[in-house]
Design a protein around this ligand. Structure first.
Ligand code: PLP
Length: 456
Protein backbone atom coordinates (compact mmCIF):
# COMPACT_ATOMS: atom_id res chain seq x y z
CA UNK A 1 0.00 0.00 0.00
CA UNK A 2 1.15 3.49 -0.84
CA UNK A 3 1.47 5.40 2.47
CA UNK A 4 0.47 9.03 1.96
CA UNK A 5 2.16 11.97 3.68
CA UNK A 6 1.07 15.52 4.59
CA UNK A 7 2.66 16.58 1.30
CA UNK A 8 0.64 14.17 -0.83
CA UNK A 9 -1.83 15.79 -3.26
CA UNK A 10 -5.15 16.72 -1.68
CA UNK A 11 -7.14 14.71 -4.21
CA UNK A 12 -5.24 11.54 -3.35
CA UNK A 13 -5.68 12.08 0.39
CA UNK A 14 -9.39 12.75 -0.07
CA UNK A 15 -9.91 9.71 -2.26
CA UNK A 16 -8.28 7.32 0.19
CA UNK A 17 -10.08 8.97 3.09
CA UNK A 18 -13.42 8.60 1.33
CA UNK A 19 -12.71 4.98 0.45
CA UNK A 20 -11.99 3.71 3.98
CA UNK A 21 -12.47 6.25 6.71
CA UNK A 22 -15.86 6.54 8.41
CA UNK A 23 -16.04 9.94 10.10
CA UNK A 24 -17.78 10.78 13.39
CA UNK A 25 -20.83 13.08 13.20
CA UNK A 26 -20.55 13.27 9.41
CA UNK A 27 -22.90 12.54 6.53
CA UNK A 28 -20.68 10.03 4.73
CA UNK A 29 -22.14 10.37 1.25
CA UNK A 30 -22.06 14.17 1.38
CA UNK A 31 -18.45 14.07 2.53
CA UNK A 32 -17.47 11.72 -0.26
CA UNK A 33 -18.97 14.02 -2.82
CA UNK A 34 -17.09 17.06 -1.54
CA UNK A 35 -13.92 15.56 -0.07
CA UNK A 36 -12.67 16.17 3.46
CA UNK A 37 -10.61 19.18 4.33
CA UNK A 38 -7.24 17.66 5.24
CA UNK A 39 -5.41 19.32 8.11
CA UNK A 40 -1.71 18.66 7.95
CA UNK A 41 0.09 20.78 10.57
CA UNK A 42 -0.64 23.27 13.33
CA UNK A 43 1.10 25.88 15.44
CA UNK A 44 -0.36 28.16 18.11
CA UNK A 45 -3.91 28.93 16.96
CA UNK A 46 -3.16 28.24 13.30
CA UNK A 47 -3.91 25.16 11.19
CA UNK A 48 -2.44 24.32 7.80
CA UNK A 49 -4.38 22.29 5.29
CA UNK A 50 -3.16 20.20 2.37
CA UNK A 51 -3.99 23.03 -0.07
CA UNK A 52 -1.60 25.37 1.73
CA UNK A 53 -4.27 27.44 3.51
CA UNK A 54 -3.49 28.90 6.91
CA UNK A 55 -6.62 28.76 9.02
CA UNK A 56 -7.40 30.42 12.34
CA UNK A 57 -8.82 27.72 14.60
CA UNK A 58 -11.37 29.53 16.74
CA UNK A 59 -12.58 26.16 18.10
CA UNK A 60 -9.29 24.86 19.55
CA UNK A 61 -9.90 21.64 17.64
CA UNK A 62 -12.99 20.35 19.41
CA UNK A 63 -12.82 22.80 22.34
CA UNK A 64 -9.71 21.09 23.60
CA UNK A 65 -6.34 22.53 22.52
CA UNK A 66 -6.17 24.94 25.45
CA UNK A 67 -2.39 25.46 25.37
CA UNK A 68 -2.40 25.86 21.58
CA UNK A 69 -0.79 23.61 18.98
CA UNK A 70 2.86 22.75 18.63
CA UNK A 71 4.07 22.58 22.23
CA UNK A 72 7.38 20.70 22.16
CA UNK A 73 7.18 20.05 25.91
CA UNK A 74 4.15 17.83 25.41
CA UNK A 75 5.79 15.88 22.58
CA UNK A 76 8.84 15.43 24.81
CA UNK A 77 6.75 14.27 27.76
CA UNK A 78 5.10 11.64 25.53
CA UNK A 79 8.39 10.42 24.06
CA UNK A 80 10.05 10.26 27.48
CA UNK A 81 7.19 8.26 28.94
CA UNK A 82 7.01 5.91 25.94
CA UNK A 83 10.67 5.07 26.41
CA UNK A 84 10.36 4.56 30.16
CA UNK A 85 7.02 2.76 30.49
CA UNK A 86 4.80 2.86 27.39
CA UNK A 87 2.01 0.94 29.03
CA UNK A 88 0.98 -0.66 32.18
CA UNK A 89 -2.51 -1.00 33.56
CA UNK A 90 -3.92 0.25 36.84
CA UNK A 91 -6.19 -2.76 37.49
CA UNK A 92 -5.76 -5.29 40.29
CA UNK A 93 -3.80 -3.27 42.84
CA UNK A 94 -1.18 -1.92 40.46
CA UNK A 95 -0.18 1.67 39.81
CA UNK A 96 2.49 3.71 38.09
CA UNK A 97 4.14 7.08 38.52
CA UNK A 98 2.32 9.14 35.86
CA UNK A 99 -1.14 8.11 37.11
CA UNK A 100 -0.14 8.75 40.73
CA UNK A 101 1.17 12.22 39.93
CA UNK A 102 -1.72 13.21 37.72
CA UNK A 103 -4.39 12.08 40.18
CA UNK A 104 -2.66 14.01 42.97
CA UNK A 105 -2.34 17.13 40.82
CA UNK A 106 -6.01 16.99 39.82
CA UNK A 107 -6.98 16.66 43.47
CA UNK A 108 -4.94 19.79 44.17
CA UNK A 109 -6.54 21.78 41.35
CA UNK A 110 -10.14 20.65 41.77
CA UNK A 111 -12.28 22.67 44.19
CA UNK A 112 -13.41 21.67 47.67
CA UNK A 113 -13.08 18.00 48.55
CA UNK A 114 -12.97 16.64 45.00
CA UNK A 115 -9.88 14.65 45.81
CA UNK A 116 -10.18 11.31 44.02
CA UNK A 117 -9.72 10.51 40.37
CA UNK A 118 -10.98 7.64 38.20
CA UNK A 119 -9.36 7.71 34.76
CA UNK A 120 -10.98 7.12 31.39
CA UNK A 121 -9.92 7.87 27.82
CA UNK A 122 -12.55 10.41 26.84
CA UNK A 123 -15.42 12.47 28.11
CA UNK A 124 -17.93 9.87 26.94
CA UNK A 125 -16.20 7.14 28.86
CA UNK A 126 -15.83 9.26 31.97
CA UNK A 127 -19.56 9.97 31.91
CA UNK A 128 -20.31 6.28 31.52
CA UNK A 129 -18.10 5.80 34.58
CA UNK A 130 -20.17 8.42 36.40
CA UNK A 131 -23.41 6.71 35.53
CA UNK A 132 -22.12 3.44 36.92
CA UNK A 133 -20.43 5.08 39.89
CA UNK A 134 -23.48 6.98 41.16
CA UNK A 135 -25.60 3.84 40.91
CA UNK A 136 -22.92 1.84 42.72
CA UNK A 137 -22.69 4.60 45.34
CA UNK A 138 -26.37 4.36 46.26
CA UNK A 139 -26.27 0.59 46.10
CA UNK A 140 -23.43 0.44 48.60
CA UNK A 141 -25.22 2.96 50.78
CA UNK A 142 -28.18 0.61 51.03
CA UNK A 143 -30.47 2.54 48.69
CA UNK A 144 -30.32 0.38 45.56
CA UNK A 145 -33.56 1.81 44.19
CA UNK A 146 -31.81 5.14 43.67
CA UNK A 147 -30.86 4.53 40.05
CA UNK A 148 -32.55 7.31 38.11
CA UNK A 149 -30.49 10.06 36.53
CA UNK A 150 -31.88 13.43 35.54
CA UNK A 151 -30.21 15.33 32.70
CA UNK A 152 -31.24 18.06 30.26
CA UNK A 153 -32.54 18.30 26.74
CA UNK A 154 -29.84 19.69 24.47
CA UNK A 155 -27.14 18.84 27.00
CA UNK A 156 -24.19 16.88 25.63
CA UNK A 157 -22.31 14.26 27.60
CA UNK A 158 -20.81 12.12 24.84
CA UNK A 159 -22.01 9.59 22.34
CA UNK A 160 -21.69 6.20 24.05
CA UNK A 161 -24.80 4.33 25.13
CA UNK A 162 -24.77 5.76 28.67
CA UNK A 163 -23.34 9.17 27.92
CA UNK A 164 -25.49 9.54 24.80
CA UNK A 165 -28.55 8.66 26.88
CA UNK A 166 -27.73 11.29 29.49
CA UNK A 167 -27.15 13.81 26.76
CA UNK A 168 -30.30 15.41 25.47
CA UNK A 169 -29.58 15.32 21.75
CA UNK A 170 -32.60 13.95 19.95
CA UNK A 171 -30.49 13.31 16.86
CA UNK A 172 -28.45 10.83 18.92
CA UNK A 173 -31.44 9.27 20.67
CA UNK A 174 -33.25 8.70 17.40
CA UNK A 175 -30.57 6.37 16.03
CA UNK A 176 -31.14 3.28 18.13
CA UNK A 177 -33.15 3.05 21.27
CA UNK A 178 -31.70 5.78 23.46
CA UNK A 179 -32.09 6.88 26.13
CA UNK A 180 -31.67 3.67 28.09
CA UNK A 181 -34.18 3.17 30.93
CA UNK A 182 -33.80 5.30 34.03
CA UNK A 183 -32.59 8.47 32.32
CA UNK A 184 -34.89 11.51 32.38
CA UNK A 185 -34.56 14.95 30.83
CA UNK A 186 -35.71 18.39 31.83
CA UNK A 187 -35.67 21.51 29.66
CA UNK A 188 -32.55 23.58 29.17
CA UNK A 189 -32.07 27.15 30.47
CA UNK A 190 -31.92 28.59 26.96
CA UNK A 191 -33.64 31.94 27.40
CA UNK A 192 -33.01 33.35 23.93
CA UNK A 193 -34.78 30.47 22.18
CA UNK A 194 -37.28 29.29 24.76
CA UNK A 195 -37.74 32.16 27.22
CA UNK A 196 -40.78 33.71 25.53
CA UNK A 197 -42.00 36.76 27.40
CA UNK A 198 -40.30 35.89 30.70
CA UNK A 199 -37.31 37.85 31.93
CA UNK A 200 -34.11 35.81 31.90
CA UNK A 201 -34.23 35.70 35.72
CA UNK A 202 -37.81 34.38 35.85
CA UNK A 203 -37.00 31.89 33.14
CA UNK A 204 -33.79 30.65 34.84
CA UNK A 205 -35.75 29.99 38.01
CA UNK A 206 -38.58 28.25 36.17
CA UNK A 207 -36.20 25.98 34.31
CA UNK A 208 -34.31 25.08 37.50
CA UNK A 209 -37.58 24.30 39.24
CA UNK A 210 -38.28 21.66 36.61
CA UNK A 211 -35.61 19.64 38.42
CA UNK A 212 -37.66 19.62 41.60
CA UNK A 213 -40.80 18.72 39.67
CA UNK A 214 -38.98 15.84 37.96
CA UNK A 215 -37.56 14.58 41.26
CA UNK A 216 -41.03 14.53 42.79
CA UNK A 217 -42.48 12.84 39.71
CA UNK A 218 -39.89 10.02 39.84
CA UNK A 219 -39.82 9.85 43.63
CA UNK A 220 -37.05 11.55 45.57
CA UNK A 221 -35.85 8.21 46.96
CA UNK A 222 -35.28 6.88 43.45
CA UNK A 223 -33.08 9.63 42.04
CA UNK A 224 -29.33 9.06 42.05
CA UNK A 225 -27.96 12.15 40.36
CA UNK A 226 -28.44 15.22 38.24
CA UNK A 227 -25.89 15.80 35.49
CA UNK A 228 -25.31 19.07 33.67
CA UNK A 229 -22.64 21.14 32.00
CA UNK A 230 -21.99 24.35 33.97
CA UNK A 231 -22.74 26.02 30.68
CA UNK A 232 -23.79 24.03 27.66
CA UNK A 233 -21.13 23.79 25.00
CA UNK A 234 -22.16 21.53 22.14
CA UNK A 235 -25.77 22.67 22.65
CA UNK A 236 -24.71 26.10 21.41
CA UNK A 237 -22.75 27.83 24.22
CA UNK A 238 -25.86 28.51 26.26
CA UNK A 239 -25.14 30.69 29.29
CA UNK A 240 -27.83 30.08 31.94
CA UNK A 241 -29.52 33.06 33.59
CA UNK A 242 -27.96 34.04 36.93
CA UNK A 243 -30.89 32.58 38.85
CA UNK A 244 -30.45 29.09 37.44
CA UNK A 245 -27.52 27.48 39.26
CA UNK A 246 -28.31 28.74 42.78
CA UNK A 247 -31.76 27.17 42.47
CA UNK A 248 -30.34 23.90 41.11
CA UNK A 249 -27.89 23.80 44.02
CA UNK A 250 -30.73 24.38 46.49
CA UNK A 251 -32.73 21.52 44.99
CA UNK A 252 -29.92 18.91 44.84
CA UNK A 253 -28.98 19.83 48.42
CA UNK A 254 -32.58 19.55 49.59
CA UNK A 255 -33.06 16.05 48.16
CA UNK A 256 -29.50 14.81 48.76
CA UNK A 257 -29.00 14.05 45.09
CA UNK A 258 -25.51 13.78 43.67
CA UNK A 259 -24.56 16.60 41.32
CA UNK A 260 -22.35 15.73 38.36
CA UNK A 261 -20.80 18.76 36.67
CA UNK A 262 -19.70 17.83 33.19
CA UNK A 263 -16.58 19.97 32.82
CA UNK A 264 -15.32 18.31 29.65
CA UNK A 265 -15.41 21.65 27.84
CA UNK A 266 -15.50 24.08 30.76
CA UNK A 267 -12.50 22.65 32.60
CA UNK A 268 -8.91 23.88 32.57
CA UNK A 269 -9.37 27.59 32.03
CA UNK A 270 -12.03 27.67 29.34
CA UNK A 271 -14.37 29.91 31.39
CA UNK A 272 -11.54 31.96 32.91
CA UNK A 273 -11.33 29.86 36.11
CA UNK A 274 -9.82 26.41 36.32
CA UNK A 275 -13.31 24.91 36.32
CA UNK A 276 -16.70 26.07 35.13
CA UNK A 277 -18.31 25.21 38.47
CA UNK A 278 -16.10 27.89 40.03
CA UNK A 279 -17.32 30.42 37.48
CA UNK A 280 -20.94 29.36 38.08
CA UNK A 281 -20.43 28.97 41.83
CA UNK A 282 -21.76 25.42 42.19
CA UNK A 283 -20.51 22.53 44.29
CA UNK A 284 -20.57 19.24 42.41
CA UNK A 285 -19.98 15.82 43.96
CA UNK A 286 -18.39 14.60 40.74
CA UNK A 287 -16.73 16.45 37.87
CA UNK A 288 -16.21 14.96 34.42
CA UNK A 289 -13.05 16.19 32.70
CA UNK A 290 -11.34 15.42 29.39
CA UNK A 291 -10.35 17.64 26.42
CA UNK A 292 -8.32 20.46 28.06
CA UNK A 293 -6.89 17.98 30.57
CA UNK A 294 -4.28 17.09 27.96
CA UNK A 295 -5.09 19.99 25.62
CA UNK A 296 -6.11 17.20 23.23
CA UNK A 297 -2.52 15.99 22.79
CA UNK A 298 -3.50 12.58 24.17
CA UNK A 299 -6.91 10.97 24.65
CA UNK A 300 -7.69 11.08 28.36
CA UNK A 301 -10.69 11.78 30.55
CA UNK A 302 -11.48 11.41 34.22
CA UNK A 303 -14.11 11.54 36.92
CA UNK A 304 -12.98 13.62 39.86
CA UNK A 305 -15.05 12.68 42.88
CA UNK A 306 -15.63 13.92 46.41
CA UNK A 307 -14.20 12.38 49.57
CA UNK A 308 -17.66 11.05 50.42
CA UNK A 309 -18.30 9.40 47.05
CA UNK A 310 -14.82 7.84 47.09
CA UNK A 311 -15.26 6.65 50.67
CA UNK A 312 -18.45 4.81 49.79
CA UNK A 313 -17.17 3.34 46.53
CA UNK A 314 -13.99 2.22 48.30
CA UNK A 315 -16.18 -0.11 50.36
CA UNK A 316 -16.60 -2.53 47.46
CA UNK A 317 -14.72 -3.75 44.42
CA UNK A 318 -16.03 -1.37 41.75
CA UNK A 319 -16.37 -3.68 38.74
CA UNK A 320 -15.52 -1.11 36.16
CA UNK A 321 -12.50 0.19 34.27
CA UNK A 322 -10.84 0.53 30.90
CA UNK A 323 -7.62 -1.13 29.72
CA UNK A 324 -6.23 2.36 29.26
CA UNK A 325 -7.58 3.93 32.48
CA UNK A 326 -4.64 6.08 33.54
CA UNK A 327 -2.58 5.31 30.45
CA UNK A 328 0.98 6.31 31.39
CA UNK A 329 1.67 8.30 28.22
CA UNK A 330 -1.64 10.16 28.40
CA UNK A 331 -1.08 10.88 32.11
CA UNK A 332 2.46 12.14 31.53
CA UNK A 333 1.28 14.46 28.77
CA UNK A 334 -1.68 15.69 30.84
CA UNK A 335 0.59 16.39 33.79
CA UNK A 336 2.94 18.40 31.62
CA UNK A 337 -0.02 20.22 30.10
CA UNK A 338 -1.25 21.18 33.57
CA UNK A 339 2.24 22.43 34.37
CA UNK A 340 2.18 24.69 31.31
CA UNK A 341 -1.33 25.96 32.09
CA UNK A 342 -0.24 26.80 35.62
CA UNK A 343 3.43 27.80 35.49
CA UNK A 344 3.13 29.84 32.30
CA UNK A 345 0.08 31.53 33.80
CA UNK A 346 -2.04 30.51 30.82
CA UNK A 347 -5.24 30.14 32.86
CA UNK A 348 -4.65 33.34 34.84
CA UNK A 349 -3.78 35.27 31.70
CA UNK A 350 -6.83 33.89 29.93
CA UNK A 351 -8.97 35.39 32.68
CA UNK A 352 -7.22 38.74 33.11
CA UNK A 353 -5.88 39.50 29.65
CA UNK A 354 -7.42 37.37 26.91
CA UNK A 355 -11.06 37.01 27.96
CA UNK A 356 -11.76 40.74 28.52
CA UNK A 357 -10.39 41.68 25.10
CA UNK A 358 -12.15 38.78 23.37
CA UNK A 359 -15.42 39.79 25.06
CA UNK A 360 -15.11 43.38 23.93
CA UNK A 361 -14.25 42.46 20.34
CA UNK A 362 -16.71 39.55 20.03
CA UNK A 363 -19.54 41.66 21.45
CA UNK A 364 -18.87 44.25 18.76
CA UNK A 365 -20.57 41.78 16.39
CA UNK A 366 -23.90 42.53 18.11
CA UNK A 367 -24.53 45.37 15.67
CA UNK A 368 -24.50 43.01 12.70
CA UNK A 369 -27.94 42.69 11.08
CA UNK A 370 -27.85 38.88 11.37
CA UNK A 371 -26.88 38.78 15.04
CA UNK A 372 -29.66 38.67 17.64
CA UNK A 373 -27.59 37.89 20.70
CA UNK A 374 -23.93 37.63 21.68
CA UNK A 375 -22.96 35.53 24.71
CA UNK A 376 -19.46 35.00 25.99
CA UNK A 377 -17.93 33.71 29.21
CA UNK A 378 -14.17 33.39 29.37
CA UNK A 379 -13.12 31.93 26.04
CA UNK A 380 -16.47 30.36 25.12
CA UNK A 381 -18.79 32.46 23.03
CA UNK A 382 -21.77 32.26 20.71
CA UNK A 383 -23.78 34.42 18.34
CA UNK A 384 -27.47 33.78 17.67
CA UNK A 385 -28.37 34.38 14.04
CA UNK A 386 -31.84 35.75 13.43
CA UNK A 387 -33.91 37.14 10.56
CA UNK A 388 -35.67 39.44 13.07
CA UNK A 389 -33.85 40.78 16.10
CA UNK A 390 -36.80 42.02 18.22
CA UNK A 391 -38.71 38.71 18.11
CA UNK A 392 -35.58 36.52 18.52
CA UNK A 393 -36.93 34.47 15.60
CA UNK A 394 -35.03 31.56 14.11
CA UNK A 395 -34.38 31.11 10.43
CA UNK A 396 -36.67 28.61 8.76
CA UNK A 397 -34.90 25.26 8.47
CA UNK A 398 -35.43 25.29 4.73
CA UNK A 399 -33.14 28.32 4.46
CA UNK A 400 -30.43 25.64 4.62
CA UNK A 401 -29.79 26.62 8.21
CA UNK A 402 -28.21 29.99 8.56
CA UNK A 403 -25.53 28.53 10.80
CA UNK A 404 -24.38 26.06 8.19
CA UNK A 405 -24.17 28.75 5.54
CA UNK A 406 -22.23 31.02 7.89
CA UNK A 407 -19.90 28.20 8.90
CA UNK A 408 -19.15 27.50 5.24
CA UNK A 409 -18.39 31.18 4.69
CA UNK A 410 -16.04 31.06 7.70
CA UNK A 411 -14.28 28.02 6.21
CA UNK A 412 -13.85 29.86 2.94
CA UNK A 413 -12.39 32.80 4.87
CA UNK A 414 -9.93 30.55 6.72
CA UNK A 415 -11.67 30.73 10.05
CA UNK A 416 -12.97 27.70 11.94
CA UNK A 417 -16.17 28.48 13.81
CA UNK A 418 -18.76 25.87 14.63
CA UNK A 419 -22.51 26.14 14.30
CA UNK A 420 -25.42 24.58 16.18
CA UNK A 421 -28.46 25.35 14.07
CA UNK A 422 -28.56 29.15 14.14
CA UNK A 423 -25.81 29.67 16.70
CA UNK A 424 -22.21 30.35 15.75
CA UNK A 425 -19.65 29.29 18.32
CA UNK A 426 -16.09 30.10 19.26
CA UNK A 427 -13.80 28.43 21.78
CA UNK A 428 -10.24 29.36 20.78
CA UNK A 429 -6.99 28.19 22.38
CA UNK A 430 -6.39 30.11 25.62
CA UNK A 431 -3.14 31.45 24.18
CA UNK A 432 -4.78 33.44 21.38
CA UNK A 433 -3.18 36.92 21.09
CA UNK A 434 -5.03 40.23 20.82
CA UNK A 435 -3.96 40.53 17.21
CA UNK A 436 -5.32 37.05 16.47
CA UNK A 437 -8.57 38.00 18.21
CA UNK A 438 -8.82 40.98 15.84
CA UNK A 439 -8.34 38.63 12.89
CA UNK A 440 -10.95 36.23 14.28
CA UNK A 441 -13.54 39.00 14.62
CA UNK A 442 -12.74 40.53 11.23
CA UNK A 443 -13.12 37.16 9.51
CA UNK A 444 -16.31 36.42 11.44
CA UNK A 445 -17.80 39.77 10.35
CA UNK A 446 -16.84 39.20 6.74
CA UNK A 447 -18.41 35.73 6.86
CA UNK A 448 -21.57 37.13 8.45
CA UNK A 449 -21.76 39.79 5.71
CA UNK A 450 -21.49 37.12 3.04
CA UNK A 451 -24.06 34.88 4.75
CA UNK A 452 -26.38 37.87 5.13
CA UNK A 453 -26.19 38.59 1.41
CA UNK A 454 -27.03 34.95 0.71
CA UNK A 455 -29.84 34.64 3.27
CA UNK A 456 -31.72 37.93 3.07
N1 PLP B 1 -19.16 16.07 27.80
C1 PLP B 1 -19.15 17.26 27.20
C2 PLP B 1 -19.66 18.45 27.94
C3 PLP B 1 -18.65 17.40 25.91
O1 PLP B 1 -18.66 18.59 25.31
C4 PLP B 1 -18.13 16.27 25.27
C5 PLP B 1 -17.57 16.37 23.91
O2 PLP B 1 -17.71 17.36 23.24
C6 PLP B 1 -18.19 15.04 25.93
C7 PLP B 1 -18.69 14.98 27.19
C8 PLP B 1 -17.69 13.79 25.27
O3 PLP B 1 -16.34 13.79 25.25
P1 PLP B 1 -15.56 12.83 24.20
O4 PLP B 1 -15.87 13.34 22.84
O5 PLP B 1 -14.13 12.99 24.62
O6 PLP B 1 -16.06 11.46 24.43
Amino acid sequence: MNILTPNSPTAELQALDAAHHMHPFTHGAALREKGARIITRAEGVWLNDSDGNRILDAMAGLWCVNVGYGREELAEAAARQMRELPFYNTFFQTSHVPAINLAARLAELAPDDLNHVFFANSGSEANDTNLRMVRAYWHVKGQPERTHIIARWNGYHGSGVGSGSMGGMKSIHSQGGLPIPGIHHIDQPHWYLEGGQMTPEEFGLARAQQLEEKILEIGADKVAAFIAEPLQGAGGVIVPPATYWPEIQRIVDKYGILLIADEVITGFGRTGQWFGCQTMDVRPDIMTVAKGLSSGYQPIGASIVSDEVARVIDGVEFNHGYTYSGHPVACAVALENLRLLDEEGIVDRARTHVAPYLKQRFESLADHPLVGEVKIIGLMGSLALTPDKPSRASFAAEAGTAGLITRERCFANNLIMRHVYDRMIISPPLVISHEEIDTLVERARLSLDEAHAELI
